[in-house]
Ligand binder design. Structure first.
Ligand code: FPP
Length: 249
């Protein structure tokens, strides 16, 4: 594949099937920095450049939903300075990328406990979501203060409330009702889940939604993850035999 290494832009491969929804656990920023004797925050900075490059790639290739695990509920337990730097980076990213999102018809959306985010970040998120609301080229979901278990608890509360009020009958609660009460309501489940930096874990990400996702784990650290590698994973995804528990004979 041709790769313009200077710009990081890779030429688009011809693929028979493009997953509609791709989810990514972006991991390895800290290790990337450590390897270079840099502060972890430098790794996150470089990681946010990768976010930009992979969002571009996703849009170019025609993915409809790209969900990135940017900040987990557990990440609040990191040192204060790191949390602050991540929030600042996020705010900067939203400000910087707004025009690019508009030019490329990208809608920004967020999943997670938005109410836990600092006021300034929340305001910027709200603004960006409102301004990009009508864009329909690709939806970029940033998972922020997100945890799969917390999402399930929130869903249970919401469904229970509807049941208690008589809005929904107990027997009518099914998988669709559950899905509609998650942060990802109205989105297809991800067909593909990618995790960088080699860890074989789900880390509380999209626990309900990844029931049938194909999982790809690469040793590449997130700051080094390129459009070319992303496209190669998409190519490999074509060859996976997705049976959803059935046989293919
Ligand atoms: C994991 O690396 C990454 C995160 C906790 C956050 C992801 C954040 C970014 C990619 C940058 C900012 C995001 C946006 C959307 C602008 P780690 O710190 O856990 O790495 P390690 O496991 O090597 O320590």
């Amino acid at each position: 594949m041709n790769s313009d290494t200077a710009s990081g832009e890779s030429s688009i491969p011809v693929l028979a099937t493009i997953p509609e929804h791709v989810a990514i656990i972006m991991d390895g920023n800290g290790r990337w920095a450590k390897k270079r004797l840099l502060n972890r925050i430098k790794g996150h900075e470089k990681g946010s450049e990768t976010v930009r490059s992979i969002v571009r790639a996703g849009r170019k290739i025609g993915i409809k939903y790209l969900t990135l695990y940017a900040f987990s509920t557990e990440n609040w337990q990191r040192p204060k300075a790191e949390v602050k730097a991540l929030m600042h980076l996020l705010e900067r990213f939203l400000k910087k990328e707004l025009q690019e999102m508009q030019d490329n018809n990208i809608r920004l959306f967020t999943i997670g406990q938005q109410e836990k985010l600092p006021e300034k970040v929340r305001a910027r998120l709200q603004k960006t979501m409102a301004l990009t609301e009508k864009n329909n080229g690709m939806q970029l979901n940033l998972a922020l203060s997100y945890g799969g278990r917390a999402e399930i608890v929130r869903m249970v509360r919401s469904v229970a409330k509807q049941a208690v009020s008589g809005e929904i009958a107990m027997d009518a609660i099914n998988e669709d009702v559950v899905a509609r009460n998650l942060h990802t309501a109205d989105m297809p489940d991800p067909e593909l889940l990618i995790r960088t930096s080699g860890e074989m874990r789900i880390s509380n990400f999209l626990l309900w939604q990844i029931a049938y996702s194909e999982i790809f784990i690469t040793d590449t650290l997130w700051p080094d993850f390129s459009q070319e590698e992303f496209f190669n994973i998409l190519k490999e995804f074509q060859n996976r035999d997705r049976r959803f528990g059935k046989t293919n004979t």
